[in-house]
Design a protein around this ligand. Sequence first.
Ligand code: SF4
Length: 324
Amino acid sequence: MRGRQNDRIVLTTYGRSSGFCVDPIEKKPLNHYLPGTPVLSFGTAGCNLTCRFCQNWDISKARQFDRLQDAASPEDIVEAAIATGSRSIAYTYNDPVIFLEYAVDVARVARRRGIKNVAVTAGYIDPAAREELYTFMDAANVDLKAFTEAFYNRLCTGHLGAVLETLEYLKNKTKVWFEITTLLIPGHNDSPEEVKKLSEWVMTRLGPDVPLHFTAFHPDYKMLDLPRTPAFTLTTARDIARKVGLLSSTPAMSMTSEAKARTARAAVSGSSAEIGMTSPLGGSQGTAAAVFAPPQSLACSRRTRATGGSGASRSGSADWNALE
Ligand code: SF4
């Protein structure tokens, strides 16, 4: 995704997207940031991880520009967000880490126009680049894909420690609102022991007020031979996290019934269980959710099976029609 041009390394995917879509923000998933509002989502191609369960593998593994169908300048994207009534822009589908320069330029323009910026990411990023990215982000959903180095090494070609560093960075060095997503894959990261260790780490290193979403795996890419995650696994994980203190230590802010209904509709191929906490925007923000009325004028050009970004963790469908 980067190449040499005139003796400089450039982002060759700059200004081109693999698709746009207007989503409810709960689909990222972010349940406590601007609840009930639409978000304009877009991504490019490529990824710096190689997850064998990637639900956006068609773009995260793309090397060619054939997945980059839509040309859009930062100004064009912000205009589209405003025109569609979106309150924020999500850098998603693959991972903003892989198109950082483009994401930062869009985010700069968005901030000037009063639009918020949301990173949907695996959190696998070098410290210097991390600071540059999150200077311009207002919220993030970060995958914590598992709690063993073996999982990251074997299934993603990455390292757990780098992701934990990003989460601690967000907590201790920024004002970015963030939530965590863990995709529970049968037999790989769904044991009660591992869920307990992961939850304890979140509790002790990040605190009880960081929402943790458990989402359901469906067979995809190179992991077609596994079953879907049963609902029981998700509710068991939620119970474990609650016992660790993630829910009981802080009063939960419930999603509005409308937001719950939307999220349920979005979870086409699986269910999710969230350990949710307080909103950074205060109580009134959480309860004053606007009715989400998807702007019909923007056809969703994104056609993949995953809902969110950093592809793997979002069960469901990004297909616009699936939301209706
Ligand atoms: S699951 Fe996310 S981080 Fe992993 S390869 Fe796919 S897009 Fe990249």
